[in-house]
Design a protein around this ligand. Structure first.
Ligand SMILES: [Zn+2]
Length: 138
């Protein structure tokens, strides 16, 4: 079998490299030959990173696994990835505070066991007292 011809490829930083070819419009490499700065999803996770919203793969990694045939993994740019969110105590506290804000009347400061309407942020007695029911101005 003839070895696939290497193709020139320009990277996001303007440097030239090569790839093994293109598949579905994406450059692909064999295991171990992908340029630095491109990693698979599991490698991103190992670095406690995650994809940015809407981040598309830059290329593909094609490799063979014993008994599984050809495997294709998507490669993502590390420089575009963002730090993975970990559910820390601080995050939990801010979520709790947010929920509390939704349940607390902004006028009488009483806390309820359900969310208050976001149009007024007040409880029913307060809405009756102020006459503001959050209806659009006529
Ligand atoms: Zn109230």
């Amino acid at each position: 079998m003839r070895r696939a011809q290497l193709r020139d490829l320009r990277l996001w930083d303007g440097t030239w490299t090569w790839c093994s070819g293109f598949r579905d419009g994406l450059p692909w490499w064999c295991w171990g030959s992908a340029p630095a700065g491109l990693v698979t999803l599991s490698q991103l996770r190992e670095q406690r990173l995650r994809r940015r919203a809407g981040q598309d793969p830059f290329g593909l990694l094609v490799f063979r696994k014993h008994g599984c045939g050809e495997q294709v993994a998507e490669l993502y740019r590390v420089d575009l990835a963002v730090a993975a969110r970990t559910y820390t105590l601080a995050v939990a506290a801010s979520v709790a505070a947010m929920c509390r804000a939704h349940r607390t009347c902004r006028r009488c400061r009483r806390e309820f066991d359900r969310y208050l309407p976001t149009s007024t942020w007040t409880c029913w007695p307060c809405m009756q007292a102020t006459g503001d029911f959050g209806e659009p101005a006529a």
